[in-house]
Structure formats: structure tokens, C-alpha cells
Design a protein around this ligand. Structure first.
Ligand SMILES: [Zn+2]
Length: 206
């Protein structure tokens, strides 16, 4: 009987521990960021550096089948951005997330990103989700988890506050952009992303 009570107590204690501990923060290596070479990136042109102060979330803005490979799309974004239309030094974003939640390396985070709108991205590290999340596509849970894990790692790497995580539209004039789309922005607006990042960072300390 005593043995049963002891094992039941251990079971309950483990259950409580597991439900309190929550999701685990992945290390930078565990994020398995797909390197630029895999999408056949061109070398960047000369760039200016900045000090990272905040994290800003975008969507890439055109419909994308979430089960397909994003590598060609990413290469096309770079080719267009570095071409005569924009003359940017590289792909506009520092990190990209595909339809399955894979994280892909964009431009060097220490270079200032690019935008088609009026805000100055100096000091922002830009995460862009491939696809169109403004009333067209629905963010998958694995994509949301990757945003959260990547953002938590960026907070550690660059000593940023999770409260600095915002969406592109937060820095623009009203109605200038729908980016990152309502279906991503709702997780910024209701605090899901910031709270989840804080929880991961807290779990790491405990
Ligand atoms: Zn944007």
C-alpha cells in the first residue's frame, strides 16, 4: 500500500513538474537554421551595420503553398530586391520562416534591413514568414512556434527585451501596410508571442 502511495505521489509530482515546466527553449544549434548557401544566395553588396534593439515580424506578402519548398521563393525575393526595382544590398529580411516552420538564414543580422514602406528598420532584426497572412493564409502552429523559439534566441543573442517584439505595421502610418497580416498580427497584439518568449527565457533560468 505504502509503495502504491509513494509511486502515485511520484507520478503526481512529475505531472505537476511537467505542466509547470512548459515548452523548452531550443538552443541556437537546435533551431537548425538553414544556411544561405542552401537557397543559392548571391553575395551581399557593401552594407552599413547597426546595433540591434528590437525584433520586428513581417510576412513576405504573396500567397505560398505551405507544404512546398520555400527556397526558390526566397532566392526570387533576393533577386528582385537586388535588381533595378529596389537596388537593395541583399534579401530584405534577416530570417525567414517557411510553411513548415523551418527557419532560413537571410541577410546578416548586423546589417540594416529593407522595407517598401516609410519606417526606418535601423535597429530592427527582421523575421519574415513566407506567404500572405492578411485574410489569405492561416499561420500554422509550427510556424508560430518557430517565431517564438527564434525570437527567444535573438533576445539572448542580442540582449533584447521580449517586449520589443512588434509587427511591421506598428511602425507605419495607419493603413500604410497590412504586414504582417491579421493572422500573424493577432499573436503580437494579444501578447501571445511576447508572453511565450518570456516563458521560454524564464524556464531557461529555472
Ligand atoms: Zn513587412
Amino acid at each position: 500500500m505504502l509503495r502504491k502511495i509513494v509511486s502515485l505521489s511520484i507520478f503526481i509530482a512529475m505531472f505537476i513538474f511537467n505542466s509547470c515546466s512548459g515548452p523548452k527553449l531550443l538552443s541556437w544549434d537546435e533551431l537548425e537554421i538553414i544556411p544561405r548557401a542552401v537557397w543559392n544566395a548571391n553575395d551581399p553588396k557593401e552594407y552599413k551595420t547597426h546595433t540591434i534593439e528590437r525584433i520586428t515580424i513581417h510576412h513576405e506578402g504573396t500567397f505560398f503553398h505551405q507544404d512546398s519548398s520555400a527556397l526558390r521563393r526566397i532566392k526570387n525575393v533576393q533577386t528582385w530586391g537586388m535588381g533595378p526595382d529596389r537596388k537593395w544590398i541583399d534579401i530584405p529580411y534577416h530570417f525567414l520562416i517557411d510553411g513548415k516552420g523551418n527557419i532560413i538564414e537571410g541577410r546578416n543580422p548586423l546589417t540594416v534591413g529593407e522595407t517598401n514602406t516609410s519606417y526606418d528598420p535601423t535597429g530592427h532584426v527582421l523575421i519574415s514568414v513566407i506567404g500572405q497572412y492578411h485574410r489569405k493564409q492561416v499561420l500554422r502552429v509550427e510556424q508560430l512556434n518557430s517565431i517564438i523559439q527564434l525570437a527567444a534566441n535573438l533576445c539572448i543573442k542580442f540582449n533584447l527585451s521580449p517586449d520589443s517584439i512588434k509587427g511591421h505595421r506598428d511602425f507605419c502610418k495607419p493603413n500604410e501596410t497590412s504586414c504582417p497580416g491579421d493572422d500573424i498580427y493577432r499573436y503580437i497584439q494579444d501578447g501571445t508571442i511576447t508572453k511565450s518568449v518570456k516563458k521560454l527565457l524564464l524556464n531557461k533560468l529555472n
